[in-house]
Design a protein around this ligand. Structure first.
Ligand SMILES: [Zn+2]
Length: 369
């Protein structure tokens, strides 16, 4: 999750900085079709195992991942782990290397300012001194839809796996001897949700629409991975009918109803929220609209393209946000697993149910910014 725009205008230290698999012995879930008529919206009871959630989360938030700062060795290590997981779930590889979509970056030239910039093209790197070049990586895989009528349509399920790095990055402040901003909640938790959704599609029935699973880099430093993806989508954006992002679901939010509950950004803007609640998925509208969460993560870039795009979260404004205290030891795994079950059901509804549409006035206007 990016800083609130008002915070990034203030004197923020440095720049505006601005989710292994356990043995899956579980059998395929039973498929129930509610009612006997109408479009068969497959309704799945997702078997998300807390042990899988705990394992994946602890890998991503480990000190050895060095806070997963975009362009660093820690980020590349995390990307390799996530690519292995996508392979484990039999997603179709996308990207130049299996599951890896690279993007050209440059560190800013200004002394003392470690700002990352997304280059327009790989050829632009020739003008950048070698010491300032960096490479970002999005992790992307595809689960083809199986319905002849719907499989050309695409649902994007995403989360960002980058975070703020270590104290020597300048974006993470050391405290009490701890020098790693682990980003357990922000957003290893969302990445684990994406992995578990992929696991569910792997062991359950295939989706009707095609699903692109995208784990982005560069969110914390200006949505760089998503900006690159939008210019280099693995399937045409014109075929994308919905985007569900998952951000910061590691701790319960009392304003969302407490443990196991989550909220959806921009709930009132499209029919997605109503669709999910009508299906019995317990989500509420974002309880803190003044925080502008709808515009503070990767979904906004897709919404600006006209695609109904929302973020599922339970961020409770905890003060460990963007600090070294955002650790996996502080994750509420029972809560997080329950929210992931809701996210799996939401993803199933988006792939097999009606496509969401903007409500009147709900679509963000790119010209108004
Ligand atoms: Zn963040």
């Amino acid at each position: 999750m990016r800083l609130h725009p008002s915070a990034s205008r203030a004197a923020v230290p440095l720049l505006a900085i601005t989710l292994a698999s356990g043995a899956c012995a579980a059998r395929r879930p039973t498929l129930q079709t509610p009612g006997t008529s109408g479009p068969a919206t497959a309704f799945i009871d997702p078997h998300v195992e807390i042990e899988d959630v705990r394992l994946e989360e602890s890998v991503l938030a480990a000190d050895s991942m060095q806070g997963r700062l975009t362009g660093t060795a820690g980020m590349h290590r995390a990307a390799r782990y996530l690519a292995e997981m996508f392979d484990h779930f039999d997603l179709e590889p996308a990207g130049e290397e299996p599951y890896l979509q690279h993007l050209p970056l440059a560190w800013s030239a200004a002394a003392g300012n470690r700002e990352l910039q997304l280059l327009n093209a790989w050829t632009d790197t020739t003008a950048i001194p070698a010491g300032r070049r960096a490479v970002g990586v999005n992790v992307v895989g595809i689960m083809p839809g199986n319905d002849p009528e719907l499989r050309d349509q695409v649902v994007l399920i995403d989360a960002h796996y980058d975070h703020l790095g270590t104290a020597d990055s300048g974006m993470c402040r050391a405290a009490a001897g701890d020098t790693v901003c682990n980003g357990a909640d922000d957003d290893a938790s969302g990445v684990v949700a994406v992995l578990e959704i992929a696991r569910d599609f792997h062991r359950g029935p295939p989706p009707k629409r095609t699903v692109v699973f995208l784990l982005t880099t560069g969110e914390e430093v200006g949505l760089l991975g998503t900006r690159w993806y939008i210019d280099h989508p693995v399937l045409p954006l014109e075929r994308m009918v919905a985007n569900l992002e998952i951000e910061m679901i590691g701790r319960p939010d009392s304003l969302a109803g407490g443990a196991g509950k989550a909220w959806l950004t921009g709930f009132e803007r499209s029919t997605m929220g109503d669709m999910l609640t009508a299906a019995g998925i317990e989500i509420v509208a974002d309880p803190r609209p003044a925080q502008n969460f709808f515009e503070r993560s990767d979904n906004i870039a897709f919404a600006m393209r006209g695609i109904p795009a929302h973020t599922l979260s339970s961020f409770n404004l905890h003060t460990d946000y963007h600090t070294v205290r955002d650790e996996d030891s502080r994750i509420d795994y029972a809560h997080m697993t329950e929210v992931i079950r809701a996210a799996v059901r939401a993803a199933r509804l988006l792939t097999d149910g009606p496509a969401p549409v903007w409500k009147p006035g709900g679509r963000p206007d790119p010209n108004s910014r």
